[in-house]
Design a protein around this ligand. Structure first.
Ligand SMILES: [Zn+2]
Length: 206
């Protein structure tokens, strides 16, 4: 169970997390979680290049360790990165110290002040320890690319329906989501470009 569009009440309750970027400008912030992964992250980078789009990649430390060249290409292509823990831990199921150590381990490979908790699951206590060092980045739109019951057409339709100036949109550069992203991303970028939007990376120093 997940919500495609983050409700305003959640944003208000957790107002110290970043859910979107307040702006009237036609700009969208695409974020890609869980890479870098061979053939998938590189495919995403190729698509972004085709549209001169910038994005932010929330990287899993162990994947950066395995795929350092792809990680470097993300930076070389002008995108930004964020910390997504070393082992993609679920905060609700992980003791505080284990969680914080895993974030610190990832930070040795991923140089960024941005942090996104895997699954969006982090306890208030864990967050209180992370906040002094990071901006905790959530999202405005979760289009369901990871959901086997959702087609790429549905993903595109969800982004088309819900995106507004300053939206932070989550997609994944993972093996599971490759086909969906491959189909939905170019279509989405083309649509919003046509509407006068640009695609920026989140600042890594927020
Ligand atoms: Zn993740």
């Amino acid at each position: 169970m997940y919500l495609v569009k983050t409700p305003a009440i959640a944003k208000q309750l957790f107002c110290d997390y970043l859910w979107d970027i307040p702006t009237n400008e036609k700009v969208l912030y695409f974020t890609f979680d869980d890479g870098p992964i061979p053939d998938v992250t590189t495919m995403v980078l190729d698509i972004l290049n085709d549209f001169s789009a910038k994005a932010t990649f929330f990287c899993v430390g162990e994947n950066v360790e395995r795929n350092p060249k792809i990680y470097q290409r993300i930076l070389d292509d002008g995108h930004t990165v964020g910390n997504h823990t070393f082992n993609h831990l679920n905060g609700w199921k992980t003791p505080k110290d284990v969680y914080l150590n895993n974030v610190a381990k990832c930070s040795k490979l991923v140089n960024s002040k941005l942090f996104r908790p895997p699954y969006g699951k982090i306890t208030r206590e864990q967050a209180s320890f992370i906040k002094p060092d990071y901006k905790i980045v959530m999202w405005d739109i979760l289009c369901g690319d990871f959901d086997q019951k959702v087609s790429s057409k549905d993903c595109f339709a969800r982004m088309k329906k819900h995106a507004k100036p300053g939206s932070i949109i989550v997609l994944h550069d993972s093996v599971k989501t490759k086909n969906c992203v491959q189909a939905a991303l170019p279509e989405t970028l083309a649509f919003f470009l046509e509407q006068g939007y640009r695609f920026d990376a989140l600042s890594p120093s927020i």
